[in-house]
Design a protein around this ligand. Structure first.
Ligand SMILES: Nc1ncnc2c1ncn2[C@@H]1O[C@H](COP(=O)(O)OP(=O)(O)OP(=O)(O)O)[C@@H](O)[C@H]1O
Ligand SMILES: [Mg+2]
Length: 290
């Protein structure tokens, strides 16, 4: 069973054209199909310009569809004109690829409190939400709440943007290349906190990332998008066991998975495609000691 078996995101044959009818028209999506179940951690990978960001912007209604294809979020059809988009935005939190575009208040605390305030949440509760969200991303409340957003480092801006989305307690959290620009340790730390949100709070995660190591360690299932279409869809291990196919779409596999497939070509098959160093270590140890 995937997640808890309840489908929360459904995308069916989605098409999207930017600047339709102008000389600059770009057909970004030509048939994307995917589904995500509640409690899952799903990855979206694809070469640059494949359409990943366009897809995820459809999922929280930042882009609405006027072309063929369906997007259904938690049972609600996004093309329904009577749909209250604010309820969708609250359910599906999207962290943009460029977090600085997501911050608009002068102070960090105010920025994170913006969503809850708009929902009319009382002051005290709001403060607790902000404190919780900052704690979740690893920003010290007392040290950062009165900092100017423009004075933050790139990584701190990302964390602030993530906290602002978390403060709304979304059911689905979408990260669009959200760890780019954070140092390796900060990245590991943030990813494990985000993973914790899934484990402890059941938040469904959709991760777009150019880093295959990161994808391998984070997600259970992967959708590969190429030239605006879904071209592969399987468990993380199955996807990374197909390096030639991925290469056709301009993608690679994690280094440890590559080592395993090279060894297999030379006649030393590993019991599974390792996704992390820890898995490879475990398997190699077992082979050597048997
Ligand atoms: N606002 C826009 N106006 C016009 N064209 C756009 C716009 N946003 C994206 N595109 C085009 O749509 C296509 C898909 O872009 P998208 O940003 O979804 O790709 P992506 O897979 O997220 O790429 P990346 O990995 O570089 O972030 C690209 O050809 C891009 O140039
Ligand atoms: Mg993108």
């Amino acid at each position: 069973m995937k997640g808890n078996g309840r489908r929360i995101v459904e995308v069916n044959d989605l098409h999207h054209t930017y600047l339709r009818g102008s000389p600059l028209e770009v057909t970004a999506l030509k048939g994307v199909t995917m589904e995500v179940y509640e409690g899952e951690v799903v990855g979206i990978i694809g070469r640059t310009g494949a359409g990943k960001s366009t897809v995820v912007q459809h999922l929280n209604g930042l882009i609405r569809n006027r072309e063929p294809g369906k997007v259904i979020i938690d049972g609600q059809d996004m093309s329904d004109t009577s749909l209250d988009i604010t309820t969708i935005r609250q359910k599906v939190g999207l962290i943009f690829q460029r977090p600085e575009e997501q911050l608009f208040e002068r102070l960090v605390g105010d920025d994170i409190a913006f969503g809850p305030k708009k929902l009319g949440m009382p002051r005290e509760e709001r403060r607790e939400r902000v404190r919780w969200a900052m704690e979740m991303v690893g920003l010290d409340f007392d040290r950062f709440k009165n900092r100017f957003t423009f004075s933050l480092s790139g990584g701190e801006m990302r964390k602030t943007a993530i906290a602002g989305v978390l403060a709304l307690r979304p059911k689905v959290l979408i990260l669009d290349e959200s760890t780019t620009g954070i140092d390796p340790r900060g990245r590991r730390d943030l990813l494990s906190r985000i993973k914790g949100l899934n484990r402890e709070h059941g938040i469904t995660l959709i991760c777009v990332s150019p880093n295959m190591e990161e994808v391998a360690s984070m997600v259970d299932r992967i959708y590969v998008i190429d030239d605006g279409r879904t071209v592969m869809n399987d468990t993380t291990r199955e996807i990374f066991a197909r390096p030639e196919e991925l290469r056709r779409y301009g993608l690679g596999v994690p280094q440890v998975s590559a080592v395993a497939s090279r060894l297999a070509e030379k006649g030393l098959a590993m019991p599974r495609t390792p996704l992390t160093v820890a898995e490879a270590e475990e398997d190699i140890w077992r082979i050597l000691s048997s």
